[in-house]
Design a binder for this molecule. Structure first.
Ligand code: CMX
Length: 438
């Protein structure tokens, strides 16, 4: 059976050819127009980036190399003894566009486990952080420090040739993905259970099996399966979202994958992006506390209006691109529906009840372009049900996941020789002058 590296070696020339042809034959084809509202509106909707692994349709949601989430759930291999997609099979799909066999997935799990231990100086660095430093800050700093061992950077200093770029980038990306669970679990231990033992990476476990084990939840098969699905599903959401775009921008300077991905993590740490799942839980719990035991849809509706009238957003609802309920939200809801203890959980029931009411309220409110839930509307609440109640840590789990897509793109950016990103900016005066002159 073919290895990941051989598979990539085989498919890269055709992709390079495709890009060459696009550039030579269609370089001046017009794809869209740039309006003033795009320039002042966060470039929303502008088609201006190349991103290979996934495409987000506003109505259907994300597709990974053309496969929808339900398609992936049908064809991507699970962990031995599990049912849910795992990050290894998702990573293989993202990188190659091909569905790996169970054997290929297992080989990747074994390679990641073999490379999963942290260098001692990174352990010491993370152990030196104050417990009060936000876990996302710790994760970003830990990832940046891992560039000490960057194969890309070392090869660049030696003077490697361009066709070699992707080879060393891939090695860094694999090493980084392998080390994320040990880094993220160490941060969890240090912040929430200092002084307690931390399991070493176990060569017989898959990536998330190890992560759950190091977090201290190795015995909880149901939570481990949830984390496998969660981390696989959050892996990529096309290129324009803030974390993926940050990695792409920094990577375009030929900064190594560790530095590029640490930039992505700091974007993910913002409340409008990855921090939202933490915000959702805080908000749903405040709702639960205020509404008491007998929660009706009328009471939820009144609470939603109160949130909106106080000038806050409804966390977990709305999206920069999506215009339908997020299929990742639906997949996580279905995971809960299949487990009686999750179905009976008060916090999951509250998420479901809110889902029945919130779209109507947001439509009546009339501001958001998408009145439906995004994945964050439920993801943190499920973690809470499982006893993983440390809100501030949730974005770290998202950060372990987003590496799959952001790092895949770095490999492809190097294989395709994509250039430094450098859009043109304009001042308001320059814009006004342009409008007056045109
Ligand atoms: N509740 C109330 N108002 C909302 C809203 C919500 N959930 N979502 C959007 N709006 C408002 C916006 O604040 C904006 O108002 P102003 O015109 O006063 O500035 C208006 O509706 C139009 O916004 P939009 O074009 O629909 O949405 P954006 O693309 O600007 O923003 C997002 C998208 C996700 C930041 C926004 O919907 C939001 O703040 N949602 C709540 C936070 C959240 O769930 N974030 C997680 C997103 C998923 C992720 O990236 O991880």
């Amino acid at each position: 059976t073919k290895s990941l590296r051989d598979t990539l070696k085989e498919i890269i020339p055709a992709k390079q050819e495709q890009l060459k042809k696009l550039k030579a034959e269609h370089g001046d084809t017009v794809v869209g127009e740039v309006k003033v509202e795009n320039i002042i509106g966060g470039m929303r909707g502008l088609k201006a980036m190349l991103w290979e692994a996934s495409v987000l349709d506003p109505v259907e949601g994300i597709r990974f190399h053309g496969l929808s989430i339900p398609d992936c759930q049908k064809v991507l291999p699970a962990a031995p003894g599990g049912k849910e997609i795992i990050p290894e099979s998702m990573l293989w799909l993202l990188l190659t566009g091909q569905v790996p066999s169970a054997e290929q997935t297992l080989a990747l799990s074994q390679e990641l486990a073999a490379k999963g231990a942290l260098p001692k100086f990174v352990e010491d660095l993370v152990d030196s952080f104050p417990r009060t430093l936000h876990p996302m800050t710790q994760l970003g700093m830990g990832v940046a420090a891992l560039n000490h061992d960057s194969a890309f950077q070392a090869a660049y200093e030696r003077g490697m040739k361009k066709p070699e770029y992707w080879v060393h980038t891939l090695e860094d990306c694999i090493d980084l993905i392998a080390r994320l669970p040990a880094l993220a679990a160490r941060i969890y231990r240090n912040v929430y259970a200092p002084g307690t033992p931390l399991a070493p990476v176990d060569g017989s476990l898959d990536l998330v099996g190890n992560y759950a084990n190091m977090l201290g939840y190795g015995e909880n098969h149901s939570l481990t399966e949830y984390l496998r699905l969660y981390i696989a599903l959050h892996g990529d959401h096309e290129g324009g979202n803030a974390s993926a775009h940050a990695a792409h921008l920094v990577g375009s300077t030929l900064a190594d994958p560790y530095l590029s991905y640490s930039a992505a993590l700091f974007a993910l740490a913002g409340p409008l992006h990855g921090l939202a799942n933490q915000e959702v839980l805080r908000w749903q719990m405040a709702m639960q506390a205020e509404l008491g035991a007998d929660i009706t849809e009328e009471k939820i509706e009144a609470y939603l209006w109160k949130t909106l009238k106080s000038g806050q957003v409804v966390p977990g609802y709305g999206h920069g691109v999506l215009r339908n309920p997020d299929p990742r939200f639906i997949a996580l809801q279905e995971f809960c529906d299949g487990k009686p203890e999750l179905k009976a959980s008060p916090i999951i029931q509250l998420v479901n009840q809110t889902f029945k009411v919130a779209p109507g309220v947001l439509k009546a409110h009339g501001k958001t372009k998408n009145p439906y839930p995004n994945v964050d509307a439920t993801s943190g609440c499920v973690l809470y049900h499982y006893g993983l109640t440390e809100f501030k840590y949730y974005t770290v789990i998202f950060g372990v996941s987003r590496a799959l897509g952001a790092l895949t793109q770095l490999v492809w950016a190097r294989a395709l020789g994509l250039p430094l990103e450098r859009p043109k900016s304009m001042s308001m005066d320059a814009l006004s002058k342009f409008i007056a002159d045109s």
